[in-house]
Write a protein that binds this ligand. Structure first.
Ligand code: GTP
Ligand code: SAM
Ligand code: SF4
Ligand code: SF4
Length: 327
């Protein structure tokens, strides 16, 4: 359905929990975020009702995120429920991968199409520094389990921090030769910023990739299944690709196709704006499908033209951290 500025909103990112087993420095405060009370969190039944209503209004793509979505029990049954609604043609998951190995096959069997896994560096010490309490080997096993379960296309999310080194790029380059993986480099968004060390920018990463690939030139890649803002490139003869997500240096707000649903039931028109539309209170007070659909359209209309991270006037005072929105 049309949003403001002729954008078509067909993608809903659902945060199923604000909790996480990691505490990445760019995502959460060092002491961790204050968890929502269980009764504040939408039940799976409540989310399924919203998906049914929003599906009739144009949502056909769903991403499950968090916090860490895999810390919430019952995710496979929830995914089966989404599939049974019969409107959603792409169900995907964004995860830190650490809890994926025992779950990957069951999630696939339930109807999950694909996963994106966050991996900022393959240096074990740097990985622990960035994630505070994560272990590299757990996330690497998660990636293997995603490939084994054929959750294709498997994509890696690499936030460009000071942890990202040439050795990481050499590792990622080998990976895309061997596997049909998309490795995406993401510009750090200073939302609730903990002041991480600034990393290489997109141009520097492209240059370093060409160096580690033996002075080859990145060319545009063909179609990669997805609904997000990444632009993809490829070296000749690789199975996988490299993608760049550039909310700051080359923003993609003009094509923004998404809304976000927070774990506590707020529809968020934009990742980087505080405005939210409360759907939980009406949902729990007996709102009709028609009334819920109107709230969906209110959120679509409230989508801003763009974000304010590039404005010289400074950032807004962000009310939520990334882990409380889902990225
Ligand atoms: N500013 C901004 N950043 C976004 C937006 N969507 C995704 N991102 C960034 O891109 C990262 C990757 O998003 P993912 O959760 O992996 O999903 P995606 O890239 O939208 O999904 P697919 O392309 O369908 O695989 C997020 O963590 C954010 O950092 C958006 O709408 N605005
Ligand atoms: C908030 S996490 C939630 C899902 C899951 N826990 C994970 O880490 O993939 C979703 C994505 O947001 C990204 N992210 C978090 N904080 C960010 C920031 N400040 N700037 C850019 N990306 C960020 C993470 O790297 C991750 O890929
Ligand atoms: S990026 Fe993901 S894994 Fe890291 S703290 Fe945020 S929600 Fe947790
Ligand atoms: S910053 Fe807001 S408007 Fe821009 S792409 Fe992201 S969610 Fe959409």
């Amino acid at each position: 359905m049309p949003g403001h500025y002729k954008r078509v909103v067909n993608y809903l990112r659902i945060s199923v929990t604000d909790r996480c087993n990691f505490r990445c420095v760019y995502c959460m405060p060092p002491q961790g975020a204050k968890w929502l009370d269980h009764k504040e969190i939408l039940t799976y039944e409540e989310i399924l009702r919203l998906i049914t209503v929003f599906g009739r209004e144009g949502i056909t793509k769903i991403r499950l995120t968090g916090g860490e979505p895999l810390v919430r029990a019952g995710l496979a049954d929830f995914i089966r429920g989404i599939k049974e609604i019969g409107i959603i043609d792409d169900i995907s998951l964004t995860t830190n991968g650490s809890l994926l190995p025992p779950l990957a096959q069951a999630l696939k069997a339930a109807g999950l199409h694909r996963v994106n896994i966050s991996l900022d560096t393959v240096n074990p010490a740097s990985f622990s520094r960035i994630t505070t309490c994560g272990r590299l080997e757990d996330t690497l096993r998660g990636i293997e389990s995603a490939l084994a379960a054929e959750l294709h296309p498997v994509k890696l999310n690499v936030v460009m921090t000071d942890a990202l080194q040439e050795t990481d790029l050499a590792y990622f380059n080998k990976l895309v030769y061997r596997h049909p993986i998309a490795v995406r480099f993401i510009e750090y968004m200073p939302i609730g910023g903990n002041g991480i060390g600034s990393g290489a920018d997109t141009a520097a990463v492209k240059r370093l990739l060409s160096t580690v690939a033996g002075s080859q030139t990145l060319g545009p890649a063909g179609n990669i299944k997805g609904n997000g803002p990444a632009k993809y490139y490829q070296f000749p003869r690789t199975r996988g690709t490299f993608g760049f997500i550039t909310p700051l240096s080359d923003h993609f707000c003009g094509e923004c196709n998404r809304l976000r649903l927070t774990a506590d039931g707020m529809l968020r028109p934009c990742l980087l704006a505080n405005r939210e539309v409360d759907v939980k209170t009406p949902l729990r007070s007996g709102a009709s499908d028609r009334e819920l659909a109107m709230l969906f359209h209110e959120a679509v209309k409230a989508k801003p033209q763009g974000h304010s991270l590039c404005r010289a006037s400074g950032y807004p005072d962000f009310k939520r951290r990334m882990s409380q929105i889902g990225g």
